[in-house]
Ligand binder design. Structure first.
Ligand code: G1P
Length: 295
């Protein structure tokens, strides 16, 4: 199985930094955001490669995932074998690239990987959302297995006034007692991309982790534009739902770290530092009195 990681965006919310470095290569502690996502994907049993949907404007992404023998050699010669190993690991991850050179939407990005996934179900992991620790994909795979291999989407409750920022799902509870509680599973009855709060069917938002039936690729191939004038993955999933059962797994939104804006990226780094033994002490020391501002 393959995991598709859409990462072709220009990172406009991070300009001017993204003039020099793709936002996916901004670090969360010492690793680029996208390496956390790639490793999460490859951790799942049955996933043998990550397919990154990049744009030709960002060759640094390919460079990052390529071997760097000169740097490795230098580190080895200077007694820094552990660092050399980290550099080697990044260059050896099973990552392939496809391209989306026009910003035509998430659905269009996923479609670019159609020939790579073939007739197998596939994961989609959004490249600016990191789930440290165990990730969400194993739980999604378990829900899919329990329902005949159906597509599964992770959702989390959001503030009802913010539905216009998300894909929103509706469905009937088939596991758990509370649709807002992590672990609940819904059989989907509808999905809608970025609905205004007045028309949103629920406040359960798609959080950037999908396990999808390959049939969605055929639907994406002739999917018209939707919200924001873009080819939306959510709209193709609405059509998939007319053909196949689909499920939503409710997750704890706090399990994931959004790295898409300077503020959320800074918060994501702070949260990583707070949970990283090697960084914790230095992090607090460096913050000094400001550490008291952390609630
Ligand atoms: C995309 C999806 C949306 C989902 C969101 C999660 O939107 O289209 O359904 O809720 O990711 O981050 P975007 O954030 O790219 O506008």
């Amino acid at each position: 199985m393959k995991a598709i990681i859409p990462a072709a965006g220009l990172g406009t919310r991070f300009l001017p930094a993204t003039k020099g470095v793709p936002k996916e290569l901004l670090p969360l502690l010492s690793k680029p955001v996208i390496q956390h996502v790639v490793e999460e994907a490859l951790d799942v049993e049955g996933v043998d490669a990550a397919i990154i949907v990049n744009s030709h404007e960002k060759p640094m992404l390919e460079a990052y995932f390529s071997p760097a023998p000169k740097l490795e050699g230098f580190l080895e010669e200077h007694g820094k074998g552990a660092l050399a190993e980290k550099v080697r690991e990044a260059g050896e991850l099973p990552v392939a690239f496809v391209y989306q050179d026009e910003p035509l939407g998430l659905g269009h990005a996923v479609l670019q990987a159609a020939s790579e996934v073939g007739e197998e179900p596939f994961f989609v992991l959004l490249g600016d959302y990191v789930v440290p620790a165990h990730g969400m994909s194993p739980a999604m795979a378990a829900v899919s297995a329990a329902h005949g291999g159906a597509s599964v989407i992770c959702v989390a409750p959001v503030d009802p006034s913010t539905t216009g920022r998300w894909g929103i799902v509706a469905g009937d509870l088939v596991e758990g007692a509370d649709p807002d509680a992590p672990g609940a599973v819904l059989k989907l009855s509808g999905l809608v991309e970025k609905p205004a709060p007045e028309v949103a069917p629920t406040h359960l938002a798609i959080v950037g982790r999908y396990l999808l039936s390959p049939r969605v690729m055929g639907l994406l191939a002739d999917q018209g534009t939707g919200a924001g004038g873009e080819i939306q993955l959510t709209d193709a999933l609405v059509r998939l739902l007319a053909e196949e059962e689909m499920f939503a797994l409710v997750v704890d939104g706090r399990d994931g770290l959004d790295t898409g804006t300077p503020a959320t990226w800074a918060a994501a780094n702070a949260r990583m530092a707070l949970h990283d033994e090697g960084s914790l002490e230095a992090f607090f020391e460096e913050l000094g009195d400001d550490a008291q501002l952390i609630p």
